[in-house]
Ligand binder design. Structure first.
Ligand code: ATP
Ligand code: MG
Length: 412
């Protein structure tokens, strides 16, 4: 039995999970801690000490529940400044067919990664999607095969260096050692997507409080990863402005009466609210509330579709449809909204196939935390190497890269 711990640092909440991994690699969650997020705004640390205190409070709760002391942690990372790109590179091995070795792959990946280098950004993941050996496409693992020319296609994800460092700093300040950072969209995808969906093509959308993270999978691998600086908080704010109520009241109205699609609400259904500065209650139509929500969701979706198209892909790459997760996936009618907007099938993604305290975690808002934990189902040694890649890869990719890549590939 091995223990792993994760921290999902969100805009609204911080969730710490402690899991035990059995000999089959299955996770049993034995500790959950949750704290209101402080000093964090849309993936960035804004007040170091406050953030560290909130992180420590979540982890301590998880430690107490599990009876385990946490040291190393897997953490999430996200930011509206997140960028992804696809690169391709070829190396000539020799003029006659020669056996492909790990070293060839390392060199190739190193060169592909270098193509994504950008000042002020750190490459968080390099994910090889496909190899082409001579003229043969669709090679999953070329090691041991014969060929004279090898091409790799990789998906790179990068985030502003300052965002990366400050998150690490807040976690260290809280007394824990981050050993791996995983971007939100990939962590959530790990918790809620099925392999067949990834193979057929699927768009995962995690709508949180401050951010909407998304990743488009095609033929099993990510091809476009992004993050929009809007989420459930934007909807709440719109409601508070439209109805002249404070944020807390707007949040309550959204959760109790909000619907994502106007057409799902009967005309004539009304809602009583007490606007700020008015001594009495007024009534508004529930359809008006739905309209406010739908407009903001349309804006979020328009941005996602634009980013996907700007990267050269189409929404209908997602043959298996859309999987919605994150806290806002609890909004009534969101599945129907998504199907109407995209003309693709949609479902709500909740963490599944968990052992231990699973009932409590079967809410889409825990997708990131659970997914992070799944990235820890490999031996400790590999994790510490992974960490090295996370912090030092601006200077180039060293020999351990191949192992790390296998690790990421296997876990996606
Ligand atoms: N039943 C519900 N109906 C509508 N919205 C809901 C419901 N439950 C939760 N939410 C919204 O979900 C959001 C919180 O989601 P989540 O916990 O995934 O955010 P987070 O991970 O803390 O933030 P982020 O990932 O954006 O940094 C809030 O905006 C909240 O209003
Ligand atoms: Mg989140």
């Amino acid at each position: 039995m091995r223990t792993v711990a994760s921290i999902d640092i969100g805009t609204e909440k911080i969730v710490a999970l402690v899991g035990e991994i059995d000999t089959y690699g299955d996770i049993h969650i034995v500790g959950i801690g949750e704290a209101k997020s402080r000093g964090v705004d849309r993936g960035s640390i804004t007040r170091l000490e406050r953030a560290a205190r909130a992180i420590a409070s979540a982890v301590r709760e998880a430690e107490e529940m599990s009876g385990q002391k946490v040291n190393h942690v897997i953490i999430n990372i996200s930011s509206p400044k997140l960028k992804s790109q696809n690169e391709k590179d070829t190396i000539n091995i020799s003029s006659s067919p020669t056996e492909i070795e790990e070293d060839h792959i390392n060199r190739l990946i190193e060169r592909s990664t270098a193509k994504g280098k950008e000042d002020g950004f750190e490459i968080i993941h390099t994910i090889p999607r496909k190899y082409v050996l001579d003229d043969q496409e669709g090679i999953e693992d070329p090691v041991g095969l014969l060929g004279s020319k090898l091409t790799a296609q990789v998906h790179l994800i990068k985030v502003k260096t300052a965002v990366v460092r400050n998150l690490e700093k807040a976690v260290s300040y809280a007394g824990y050692q981050p050993i791996l950072q995983v971007v939100n969209a990939l962590a959530s995808a790990k918790a809620v997507l099925r392999d067949e969906e990834k193979d057929d093509g699927v768009l995962l959308i995690d709508i949180g409080a401050g951010l909407t993270d998304f990743v488009l999978f095609s033929e099993g691998y990510p091809v476009m990863t992004g993050c929009i600086a809007m989420g459930g908080n934007s909807i709440t704010k719109d409601i508070s402005i439209f109805m002249k109520v404070d944020n807390e009241e707007a949040e309550r109205i959204k959760k109790e009466n909000g619907v994502a699609l106007v057409d799902l609400v009967k005309g004539g259904d009304i809602l009583r609210i007490k606007p700020r500065g008015e001594g009495r209650e007024v009534t508004i139509e529930k359809r008006q509330l739905a309209e406010v929500i739908q407009i903001r969701l349309e804006e979020i979706m328009e941005k996602i579709v634009k980013e996907i198209e700007d990267a050269g892909f189409k929404l209908d790459t997602a043959n298996a449809g859309i999987v919605i997760t994150g806290g806002t996936a609890n909004l009534k009618g969101i599945r129907e909204f998504m199907e109407r907007f995209t003309d693709l099938p949609a479902r709500i993604g909740k963490p599944t196939e968990l052992g231990g305290l699973k009932e409590r975690l079967e809410d889409p808002k825990y997708a990131t935390g659970v997914g992070l934990l799944r990235f820890g189902t490999r031996p400790e040694g590999l994790l510490s190497e992974q960490r090295t890649s996370v912090t030092n890869n601006t200077g180039g990719v060293k020999g351990f890269m191949k192992k790390i890549i296998d690790f990421i590939k296997e876990l996606l």
